[in-house]
Write a protein that binds this ligand. Structure first.
Ligand SMILES: *Cc1c(COP(=O)(O)O)cnc(C)c1O
Length: 495
């Protein structure tokens, strides 16, 4: 089955494309624009179609099965999103077109900003950032610009709980901030005493994921936010976990000053495999002027039966552009479609079902897999992937064995504060049958861990490739021709 991947498919002289006969006079291309030695493969059309179809079948995706990858919100991406994104009026425009010719696209951007403002409880939104991490970077730059605008330049410290996503300290450090890690308390909340000790006049802000990466809503959220505010700091919300809150709680109302949304998580635009993300940022009123631009706005009000005129404007004290052109427009169309298809009632149901599904799984699994923070969870939860009576078995073995049962593994070894973490996020788009089948697989694996641990250690057994040295495979990636068998941990994949 994997044989064709292992050999070079190119054959000299083979062609998959022919140019039409020219209908203009032929002319020589200037020599400096041409090359003779372009190393392109030579393939027929059917070779190419089969190659990419085969590759796509080696991939696991949300369209082929359950994908409970905690923190990533791998929900189903409704097909209607694709239909609207492919409408010619959206798909065939150019970012340099005059604004009068793209009024529909600007209207959509404007309305998406308004919807995100409403959903998050914020006064302004920029659609520019290309991903969640990019939104974080944008947010920290806004925090810095805000303090500097008041002549307060000694605020260089950003507090980040130890349950944070790795992007939080990374983006804060990239912005030139000093990162201070806050411990969590025994119930998985921010440790209030540790927080209070850091709330001084060097505090620029706190970056907080709520619900946090344990899937828990901080029980002292108001105290946490008040503590930072009373020290003069700002509170940044990592909104990657908005799938638990839609229509139920608005971060802006809770006191967050800034938040990024992951359109590619909460709002169902495709991700995984490195597709374009989108990480709009919402801010409270005192930060609207600092947003990166351009921002879609009404530049002339409706008049005499003429619709309003939309344009792109730069906020007064903007930190500048953070993205070329206007952000990932195709994602805006998909997220806008998703929000409008659900409406406010529907979005609330999304979160209610996401939370219900996670609690259902947690309840069914927690007698078999240790649940270190045993509280009602939000949209995800974290188990320990280890058993006292099967000491050789690790979270990684459980994750690999799940692949034999046709499930994508949960996130593992994150968050770092749980040993052998298995972080499970089912999302709202899965049926009870799918959830039950997943539980059954995990219960069987727990049994196998005692009765046949070797089965787990050597898993996966049913996938196109067996267990790989993941670090080596990531660091010495070979994408073009063949698979470097030296990634292999077992020798099955060289067969
Ligand atoms: C996914 C995620 C991020 C980063 O978002 P990207 O879009 O992948 O850059 C940040 N924080 C949390 C909690 C996340 O789940």
């Amino acid at each position: 089955m994997i044989e064709p991947l292992l050999c070079e498919l190119s054959v000299p002289g083979r062609r998959g494309f022919r140019f039409p006969d020219p209908d203009v006079p032929l002319a020589e291309l200037p020599a400096e624009f041409t090359r003779q030695d372009l190393p392109l493969p030579e393939l027929s059309e059917v070779d190419v179609v089969r190659h990419f179809t085969r590759l796509s079948q080696l991939n696991y995706s949300i369209d082929t099965g359950f994908y409970p990858l905690g923190s990533c919100t791998m929900k189903y991406n409704p097909r209607i999103n694709e239909e609207t994104a492919r409408l010619p009026g959206f798909a065939h425009i150019h970012p340099l077109q005059p604004e009068e010719t793209v009024q529909g696209a600007l209207l959509l951007m404007y309305e998406l900003q308004e919807l995100l403002k409403e959903i998050g409880g914020f006064a302004g939104v920029t659609l520019q950032p290309a991903a969640g991490a990019h939104g974080e970077l944008t947010g920290v730059l806004i925090i810095r610009a805000y303090h500097h605008s008041r002549g307060d330049t000694k605020r260089t410290k950003i507090l980040i709980p130890d349950s944070a996503h790795g992007t939080n300290p990374a983006t804060s450090a990239m912005s030139g901030m000093q990162v201070v890690t806050l411990p969590s308390d025994a119930r998985g909340n921010v440790d209030l005493q540790a927080l209070q000790a850091e709330c001084d006049d060097t505090l620029a802000g706190l970056m907080l994921t709520n619900p946090n990466t344990l899937g828990l809503f901080d029980e002292h959220l108001q105290e946490v936010i008040d503590c930072v505010h009373s020290a003069g700091g700002l509170v940044y919300g990592d909104g990657a976990n908005m799938n638990a809150l839609l229509g139920i709680a608005r971060p802006g109302d809770l006191g967050f000053d800034i938040l990024h949304y992951n359109l590619h998580k909460t709002f169902s635009t495709p991700h995984g495999g490195g597709g374009p993300g989108s990480g709009p940022v919402g801010v409270a009123a005192h930060l609207v002027d600092f947003l990166p631009g351009p921002i879609a706005a009404i530049v002339a009000e409706a008049e005499d039966e003429m619709p309003p005129l939309y344009g792109l404007v730069m906020p007064e004290r903007s930190i500048g552009r953070v993205k070329s052109f206007h952000g990932h427009f195709g994602m805006f169309v998909r997220a806008y479609t998703y929000i409008r298809m659900h409406g406010s009632e529907g979005l609330r149901k999304v979160s209610e079902h996401a939370v219900l599904n996670a609690n259902y799984l947690m309840k069914r699994l927690k007698d078999t897999y240790h649940l270190p923070y045993d509280r009602t969870c939000m949209h995800e939860f974290v188990l320990e992937g280890r058993f006292p009576d099967a000491p050789d078995i690790h979270a990684l073995d459980i994750a690999k064995r799940l692949m034999d049962y046709n499930f994508h593994p949960p996130t593992n070894y994150f968050p770092l504060i749980v040993h052998e973490a298995l972080m499970i996020e089912p999302t709202e788009s899965e049926s009870k049958q799918t959830l039950d089948a997943f539980v059954d697989a995990l219960l069987r694996i727990a049994e196998e861990a005692r009765t046949n641990p070797e089965l787990l250690k050597a898993a996966p057994h049913n996938t196109p490739f067996g267990r790989l040295d993941e670090v080596k495979a990531a660091k010495e990636l070979v994408l073009c021709c063949g698979v470097d068998a030296s990634y292999a941990v077992s020798d099955r994949q060289t067969a």
